[in-house]
Design a binder for this molecule. Structure first.
Ligand code: PAF
Length: 280
């Protein structure tokens, strides 16, 4: 596997592939790779002639500096995992490759999709994320780029940005990979205490409960029921909501021809976890 340590090395790699008219599948990550990331790599390998991954912990998408500091950094193990998964190249940009003129976000219109859920609780997060993803897509020029549905709001925002900015790439959303228990795989899981690691499947169970209730109750009634379950637990709920997939807006009632997801953010001890499932 090629290890590309600068923007110039990346550009040479991309140009050599593009010159042969071969396809590139791109998987951007912030490292601390787990089975969920490796599933994205697997999809990219299946659908493209070359697979490129990037590892860059993007400072502008952290609205809390302690969170940025504590974000797990496991570069050596990540590289080994990518190699065993059959990835062709990994791009490890330096801060100056992504932010040559300081930490300023690009003015990207996210169409309001960034004002709800994660956007409401993590101000500036999506502008920072969109900025780095746009820059990565421009630098890597992939045919297809792969993102997990665990960050479903992020996925929809990236789709919107790619449409608005007319970037020539196909965005592929990939289903969530879960632990055997049902807990959604996340780089943050490695920071959970063993006790919370075992019990955090609770969050997935509340999503399944919402799905079960969706045949009888309205979105708001389901939200109230699930909030009650959280208030009797030691998981601190930040939000639990039900939104239409494309607009990410909540509706008073389920419309026949729309798809809905339940979304949750909750604290397991100190660690903030998010998850979602399609409920209708
Ligand atoms: O989902 C992530 O890991 C990050 O938000 C991404 C897409 C790599 C941008 O930094």
């Amino acid at each position: 596997m090629l290890i590309l340590k600068s923007r110039q090395e990346l550009t040479d790699f991309v140009q050599s592939i593009r010159a042969k008219r071969l396809t590139i599948g791109f998987v951007p990550t912030m490292g601390a790779l787990h089975e969920g990331h490796l599933f994205l790599i697997k999809k990219a390998i299946e659908e493209n002639q070359y697979t490129l991954c990037s590892i860059f912990v993007n400072p502008t998408q952290f609205n809390n500096s302690a969170d940025l500091e504590k974000y797990p950094r496991t570069e050596e193990t990540d590289i080994k995992k990518l190699e065993s998964a059959g990835c062709d190249a990994v791009y490890l940009p330096k801060v100056e490759d992504m932010y040559p003129s300081g930490f300023e976000n690009d003015p990207i219109d996210l169409g309001g999709l960034d004002s709800v859920m994660e956007g409401a609780f993590r101000p500036g997060h999506f502008q920072g994320m969109a900025t780095v993803v746009k820059r990565l897509l421009l630098q890597t020029q992939p045919t297809k780029a792969y993102f997990g549905e665990k960050d479903f709001q992020q996925l929809q925002i990236i789709r919107q940005m790619v449409r608005n900015e007319k970037l020539p790439v196909e965005i592929i959303g990939v289903p969530i990979v879960r632990e055997e228990s049902g807990l959604a795989m996340s780089s943050r899981n490695m920071r959970l205490s063993p006790e919370f690691k075992e019990r955090s499947v609770f969050i997935y169970h509340t999503l399944l409960k919402a799905k079960e209730l969706s045949s009888q109750l309205s979105p708001q009634q389901i939200i109230s029921e699930v909030e009650k379950i959280y208030s009797n637990s030691d998981f601190k709920l930040e939000y639990f909501t039900i939104a239409e997939e494309k607009t990410l807006q909540t509706h008073d009632k389920f419309e026949e021809n729309s798809r809905y997801r339940a979304f949750v953010a909750a604290f397991a001890g100190e660690i903030r976890l998010i998850d979602n499932i399609q409920i209708r």
